[in-house]
Design a binder for this molecule. Structure first.
Ligand code: FMN
Length: 203
């Protein structure tokens, strides 16, 4: 039986969409069954239309369903990916988490294997804090957190964040050092699934 991997992201201008798509690819390469899902957009059209990159990302990610509680129930392992918003996760991602109080109260979110990724405009624009914020919620859910650590050389080339892959996005929306970030994200997902698989085999 293959591992069930859920990739949940929020993205305005496409960078976390890209991290999520790379995560999906890595999950499929591992042999997992993968669902990719996005947090429900909360911003009004007037805000989205104020930034052509934002509208472009909305159009280009239309095929990706909105994340639901059922996706969480289904998953053995989860990748979360959110941009930095003043050093915390995007409100859209937090809203998705906040909607899970019912499942949490029933103990149905416990024992999921999770890891997280993030992006910001600056190399130190809050990526570490965003990932730690996601991990804080995961501790409340009783998840098993699988950080990137320093176990793959790709982590160093991507900027050396042991909490999870971090991307830096310039003012034009271009991801810096993208090939190395892709490699780190892929290795992070492979590590998540390797540990999930070992746990499921021993159950
Ligand atoms: C409201 C808001 C707050 C932000 N705060 C920061 C910040 O404090 N530091 C930073 O480097 N980037 C900040 N950014 C930039 C975003 O993190 C960056 O655009 C995002 O990571 C790109 O990811 P996306 O393409 O998936 O939307 C902010 C962006 C917005 C819209």
């Amino acid at each position: 039986m293959s591992e069930k991997l859920l990739v949940v992201f929020y993205s305005s201008t496409g960078s976390n969409t890209q991290l999520a798509r790379w995560s999906k690819e890595a999950g499929e390469a591992f042999g997992a069954e993968v669902r990719i899902r996005q947090a429900q957009e909360l911003a009004p059209d007037v805000a989205i239309d104020s930034n052509p990159l934002w509208r472009k990302n909305v159009e280009e990610s239309k095929d990706i369903p909105v994340a639901t509680s059922d996706d969480l129930l289904w998953a053995d392992a989860i990748v979360f990916s959110s941009p930095s918003r003043f050093g915390v996760m995007a409100s859209q991602m937090k809203q998705f988490m906040d909607l899970q109080g019912g499942l949490w109260a029933q103990g149905k979110l416990a024992n999921k294997f999770v890891t997280a990724m993030s992006s910001a405009q600056n190399p130190n624009g809050g990526q570490e804090q965003v990932i730690q914020g996601i991990y804080t919620v995961m501790q409340h859910w009783g998840a098993v957190i699988v950080p990137a650590g320093y176990v793959n050389v790709s982590t160093f080339a991507a900027g050396g964040n042991p909490y999870g892959t971090s991307a830096t996005i310039d003012g034009e929306g271009t991801m810096q050092n993208a090939a190395n970030v892709k490699a780190a994200a892929s290795d992070q997902v492979t590590r998540l699934l390797t540990i999930t698989k070992a746990y499921l085999a021993g159950k």
